[in-house]
Design a protein around this ligand. Structure first.
Ligand code: DAU
Length: 338
């Protein structure tokens, strides 16, 4: 199939492209705006493959999207392009509404007119909002609570409306907290791993007892691929790793693997509106044939090892614009924490 992956220079997008090309059955066009977290070196190993093409551009640009769809005779779209970091959505909600909602709307409209046969929206378990107990199923109401999750929920509803209204064959996947190599170090695991390598403090929000369900990026991409090719049009599929952990437990595991002291941990002022827990029921995707294969302990260790061995990947990121962001997000909090 000729597949357009948007946001393919990002974390999940780049893993997904490598996976699709590995099967040698597909051609992939990557449309990416190369914003702060996009990095073409993530695709170094496949960038010269004949089945791969890169286009630099924004999903909000309708005429560009239309021209890409026609030039490459795109048959299917997997939309990974998004602003994804909750903390940044609190600083700048508008950019999330623009890329995540408006951008998805542009993609949908252009692809419907171009006769695309399949559209998969990569979404998040955060759209269900905080879940104090039990598991969220695909039938649950969306109750997003951050500008990020509200933007993703808006996009999900728009995508699903294209099935109801136009019978445009869409599928939505809602993944849980994903980790692995090549993840931009603003997210919890890569931030804590790279800080710990440098003997810097690890800022735990609130009491550190917030819970997330961790999913290896390889398992996430396998789920996306399966849902894309075999999911029911108009359906939503949760992709949850089944590895629920408290943040403090993950932080301690990172420190222990790196042989660093627990004194690097700092409890800092909480994220506003911080969702206590996410946990999804992944039974629907399992019934389609998916199951996670990477254990959290193995996956976390492999991820830590990757960051240890790829300092040339993350050091330039952390020394650039990131410093300003870090200071704004953590400077005062860490000072207060003493
Ligand atoms: O659940 C899926 C979602 O997981 C994805 O849709 C999002 O794109 C992704 O960012 C992630 O959202 P979270 O807000 O859960 O991820 P984050 O890595 O920012 O934080 C994970 C947990 O760690 C959360 O409870 C907040 C906490 N945390 C995070 C950071 C960055 C800290 O305690 N300190 C930190 O410095």
């Amino acid at each position: 199939m000729r597949i357009l992956v948007t946001g393919g220079a990002g974390f999940i997008g780049s893993h997904l492209i490598r996976r699709l090309l590995a099967s040698a059955q597909h051609q992939v066009v990557n449309l990416d705006a190369l914003c702060y977290s996009g990095n073409l070196t993530n695709l170094d190993t496949i960038s010269r493959e004949p089945g791969y093409a890169f286009v630099h551009g924004d999903i909000c640009d309708g005429s560009l999207v239309s021209s890409v769809l026609r030039t490459y005779r795109v048959e299917g779209i997997i939309n990974c392009a998004a602003e994804t970091h909750v903390d940044r959505s609190i600083l700048d909600p508008g950019s999330f509404a623009r890329t995540d909602v408006v951008g998805t709307g542009v993609l949908l409209e252009e692809s419907r007119h171009a006769g695309v046969k399949r559209f998969l929206q990569v979404s998040t378990d955060e759209v269900y909002g905080t879940v104090e107990s039990g598991l969220s199923t695909e039938e649950d109401r969306v109750e997003p609570r951050s500008p990020y999750s509200a933007s993703k929920a808006g996009a999900d509803l728009l995508v699903l409306s294209y099935w109801t209204t136009y019978q445009f064959p869409v599928v939505v996947t809602r993944g849980s907290n994903t980790y692995g190599s090549h993840q931009y170090p603003e997210k919890f695991i890569p931030l804590f791993v790279t800080n710990a390598i440098d003997d810097q403090l690890l800022p735990l929000y609130g009491d550190g007892r917030y819970r997330r369900d961790w999913l290896a990026v390889e398992d996430h991409c396998a789920g996306i691929e399966l849902a894309f090719f075999h999911g029911k049009p108009g359906a939503v599929y949760n992709i949850g790793g089944g590895n629920e952990r408290e943040n403090i437990a993950v932080a301690e595991e990172i420190l222990s693997y790196l042989g660093k002291p627990k004194s690097l941990l700092r409890f800092v002022v909480d994220r506003p509106g911080h969702d206590r827990r996410y946990a999804v029921d992944n039974g629907k995707l399992r019934r389609l044939g998916w199951r996670p294969v990477v254990s959290f302990e193995e996956g976390l260790r492999a991820t830590i090892q990757w960051y240890r061995e790829h300092e040339s990947w993350w050091r330039p990121i952390k020394s650039g614009e990131f410093r300003k962001y870090y200071e704004q997000m953590y400077g005062k909090r860490l000072q207060q924490a003493g």
